[in-house]
Write a protein that binds this ligand. Structure first.
Ligand SMILES: [Zn+2]
Length: 380
């Protein structure tokens, strides 16, 4: 069934047949050409990838990760950014009258921030770093800050940004010693909540959560999605390693009007092709469709209407003896579900390796075993 699909990426496979591998390389090539034709050579550079990997391991609430990522992208609405976009007449810092209020000025260089950083006892080389480029600065700062202080660092940058916004909108400035105490309290709270969540893993929980595969293995989660109004169908697949890190993910349309069961099987087939093509083996495969998983694992020939898809999946599995398919509840399949939903909004095949857009990194983060800290509410 999938082989008769009229899919424009077919043109890219040398043998004229559809393959996920040729599909995602073609998609990457499209992206690269788009970037080149837009006159920019900027792409997801290795330095931003490296930085994201650092940030991603950080156990702080998700909103703080969001903030750091926006800081690194230089898209916070600081005076210099607004000035360059002709939204304001001047770029002067409204707190210390420095000529340019850049994002790094707002959270590090401003005279009102420095006493906070000094009181928190970070390595002194830290404040002498070049403050011109936020991404380079964050990367350099990461190298200087001991691992046990990284969450405090992230929390402090975030608090200082909130402090800056508060003052901009009319609040009285908070004394540095109060900010220092808040940062420390918040860091303690975050670390405590991690311990609590860790303990709760041993007690029975109602919602089954995603968990990573054993060391040396990969886990593929797939899901299908259907738009009942338009008839569109989509598939999402995500591969993660034993640390819960994103290794690869893919979103693609499935043939319109497929049955829900066939869409789930289609997601299994394309997801497994994707993972095996990229050599993500040994592979554990999870789907939240009990019926689809049972059909695949049944030893009998499948005589249902979906038989061709079932055969397709079984053939793929037969090439790798370590690959197993199992059923998991929806609550443990959140990331794949979001990728499948995404495929309904975007006609193109999308593929991400190691790092993806924010919504995807969020989905990965939400599944992360220790990420319950992201639901932490702390009143500042
Ligand atoms: Zn300033």
């Amino acid at each position: 069934m999938g082989d008769t699909l009229d899919w424009r990426i077919w043109h890219f496979a040398a043998n004229g047949r559809y393959s996920v591998k040729s599909g995602y390389w073609a998609a990457l090539e499209f992206k690269r050409l788009e970037v080149l034709s837009a006159g920019s050579i900027a792409g997801p550079s290795s330095s931003s990838l490296k930085l994201w990997k650092h940030l991603w391991k950080l156990k702080v609430p998700k909103k703080i990760l969001h903030f750091l990522w926006r800081l690194a992208q230089n898209i916070l609405p600081t005076k210099d950014v607004l000035f360059l976009r002709h939204i304001t007449q001047e770029a002067v810092c409204f707190r210390c009258n420095a000529v340019y209020e850049s994002a790094l000025h707002a959270v590090v260089g401003c005279t009102v921030c420095i006493p906070v950083w000094e009181a928190l006892d970070f390595p002194c080389a830290f404040l002498q770093l070049n403050l011109t480029d936020a991404r380079n600065w964050l990367t350099a700062a990461w190298a200087l800050i001991p691992p046990d202080k990284q969450s405090l660092f992230a929390i402090t940058v975030w608090l200082l940004w909130n402090e800056r916004n508060g003052v901009l909108y009319g609040s009285q400035p908070t004394p540095p010693r109060v900010l220092v105490q808040r940062a420390k309290d918040y860091d303690d709270e975050v670390k405590r909540s991690l311990v609590v969540n860790h303990r709760s893993l041993s007690s029975p929980v109602r919602d089954v959560k995603w968990y990573p595969p054993v060391a040396g293995c990969f886990k593929l989660n797939v899901d299908g999605a259907a738009d009942l109004e338009t008839g569109a169908r989509g598939a999402g697949a995500i591969v993660r390693d034993s640390q819960g890190n994103l290794v690869g993910a893919m979103a693609m349309r499935a043939p319109s009007m497929l049955s829900i069961l066939a869409t789930e099987l289609y997601a299994l087939k394309t997801g497994i092709s994707f993972a095996l093509d990229a050599s993500f083996v040994p592979l554990v495969i999870e789907s939240d469709s009990l019926l689809a998983v049972n059909m695949i694992n049944d030893v009998e020939e499948c005589l249902a209407a979906e038989g061709a898809l079932v055969d397709g999946v079984r053939r793929l599995l037969a090439t790798h003896e370590f690959s197993t398919v199992r059923h998991i509840p929806r609550s443990a399949n959140g990331a794949a579900h979001r990728i499948a939903r995404f495929s309904l909004r975007d006609q193109n095949l999308s593929c991400w390796m190691e790092v993806g857009p924010l919504w995807l990194m969020d989905a990965v983060y939400d599944d992360w075993p220790a990420s319950n800290v992201s639901s932490l509410h702390f009143q500042l």
